[in-house]
Design a protein around this ligand. Structure first.
Ligand code: GLC
Length: 518
């Protein structure tokens, strides 16, 4: 047979198969890696990916997780090999401006142990991503997302709803991608209950750890009654005589990942693993670390409407106006040549605030200004407020979280300090760099993977050990470079031009999914 005839025959067979199989059929055609097979030989059925998460920007956000869900799903959906959908709870705090466009597509009743609960389903599509929102007022009509006595039950209901909704919307994903402990039960329900049903049997699961500190731990005696998981499967979720949902997801997913390569290595170590290092090591063969990105359009100093002035790496001059207005706004003396060191952070210990407390007064002896924005532990809030009182005209402390002000700080400051004890990925160091504010970071997790030392031709300043004087040393090194105007400008441009977009990271996720589906 000639090559053309052979190819025609192949296409006919595929067309026949496709006509028989519903579009949802899993893996009727394998997707080869783009560079392996010439395009004309590739017949593709879109791979279906479902993100299960407890928050997603722009709808509802309490931290970095939401941004990752919003921007990674968008980046993946740019590849037309993927049908990307996201499912989150319909919290009270999701604003009307979004809700008004959500479409109610129906309701079901969800079994959870002896309960049978109402579940409304709303749908909304944006940037090629379809979002589903799980509605139940008893669980989600409350302020905020977390921190309730029944969070375990709330997210069990959410995860069980996810499994039931797949049937309702007739969308059985190739990959169920669960994020953090709140979504861990979706993977557990899949592997202990649903995989015995034909439509669910080929669904593969990935679990991504955004922060290993929060594991979802509960007393073992509620396994059946509250989580609806049979004691036959206790061995999967049990750890340290407790239910540990994160551990359960790690055990039962085909792959698990975390948000930077360095953190993937760190969580094998008891220093970082919050007790789970043994489990991580045992499952190491299915672990990978993929660095998060940021959405370069959402964080663009050339177009950002929150800024006092817009600028880019090619036209840096207006950044000076951002600094001047920021100083004015925060009641700091307007001085173009005084470097501003900024922190935008939750005020909690693992962000390295103890190091800052230790040496900040030595830093303040020099001609610098220090700006800190965030909320958190009362003791740090009090400490930094007091510091601002004692160093009026040098220190500005703003105890709140405000995205508009944070952008003004990212653009108006010169240096951005992030000395975390641990940092799975961290997005602020990338945002600051994109706004031309040079990062000073401790070499941990994603900080190490995104910021490289100036001395070695990199885009920022780094120190290795969790030690206040090592940090002080690099702060002084950075202040030294700041005073050499040409060198400083070149470094600012380098930071701004670093590629933090999702393009590269999304490729790794694509590889991860396709690898699992082979
Ligand atoms: C968590 C981590 C943070 C990471 C974010 C998104 O909030 O603490 O480091 O950037 O998740 O993955």
């Amino acid at each position: 047979m000639s090559t053309t005839k052979k190819r025609t025959k192949e296409l006919e067979t595929i067309a026949e198969q496709e006509a028989k199989a519903p579009v949802e059929a899993v893996g009727t055609a394998e997707v080869p890696a783009a560079d392996e097979t010439p395009a004309e030989l590739t017949v593709e059925v879109k791979k279906k990916i479902l993100f299960v998460a407890s928050e997603a920007a722009p709808f509802i956000a309490t931290g970095g997780l939401a941004e990752v869900i919003g921007s990674l799903s968008k980046a993946l959906a740019k590849n037309d090999r993927f049908d990307v959908r996201v499912i989150i709870p319909l919290y009270q705090d999701i604003k009307k401006e979004f809700r008004k466009d959500f479409k109610f597509i129906g309701n079901i009743f969800v079994p959870l142990s002896w309960r049978n609960q109402y579940c409304g389903i709303f749908e909304y599509s944006v940037d090629n991503v379809t979002y589903y929102f799980v509605d139940n007022e008893y669980y989600f009509k409350r302020p905020g997302c977390y921190g309730y006595y029944d969070d375990g039950e709330r997210f069990a209901f959410f995860c069980r709803s996810v499994m039931e909704i797949l049937g309702f919307i007739n969308f059985y994903p190739d990959v169920l991608h669960c994020h953090d402990w709140q979504a861990a039960l979706a993977a557990l329900y899949l592997k202990t209950i649903y995989c015995f049903r034909p439509e669910y049997q080929f669904i593969r699961a990935v679990f991504t750890i955004h922060n290993i500190e929060y594991q979802g731990k509960y007393s073992l005696d509620i396994l059946e009654d509250l989580f609806g998981i049979s004691y036959r499967f206790q061995y999967l979720v049990e750890y340290d005589r407790c239910i540990n949902l994160m551990k359960g997801a790690i055990e039962c997913c085909e792959r698990f990942s975390t948000v930077s390569p360095t953190y993937a290595g760190e969580i094998k170590d008891p220093y970082y693993a919050h007790g789970l290092d043994q489990i991580v090591r045992r499952n190491e063969f299915k672990l990978c670390g993929i660095l998060n990105g940021i959405d370069p359009d959402y964080y663009d100093p050339a177009t950002d409407k929150s800024l006092f002035a817009n600028y880019s790496a090619d036209d840096l001059a207006p950044k000076a106006a951002c600094k001047e207005e920021l100083q004015r706004m925060l009641n700091l003396p307007v001085k173009a040549d005084t470097p501003i060191i900024a922190m935008i952070t939750r005020l909690v210990s693992h962000k390295g605030l103890d190091l800052v407390k230790e040496v900040i007064e030595q830093v303040l002896r020099q001609d610098v200004q220090f700006v800190i924005l965030g909320t958190g532990d009362a003791s740090y809030e009090a400490y930094f407020s007091e510091l601002a009182r004692r160093y009026q005209g040098k220190v500005a402390t703003v105890i709140t979280f405000n995205s508009d002000l944070s952008r003004k700080i990212y653009s108006g400051a010169d240096l951005f300090l992030m000395p975390s004890k641990s940092e799975p990925c961290g997005l602020s160091q990338m945002i600051a760099s994109r706004y031309g504010t040079v990062a000073i970071v401790r070499e941990t997790g994603g900080l190490r993977d995104s910021i490289t030392p100036y001395g070695a031709g990199g885009n920022g300043f780094t120190f290795h050990d969790y030690n206040a004087h090592d940090m002080l040393y690099v702060i002084n090194e950075a202040l030294g470079v700041y005073r050499k105007k040409d060198e400083w400008q070149a470094l600012v441009k380098k930071a701004m031009r670093t590629d933090f977009s999702w393009a590269t990271s999304a490729k790794y996720y694509e590889g991860l999914y396709l690898g699992m589906l082979k």
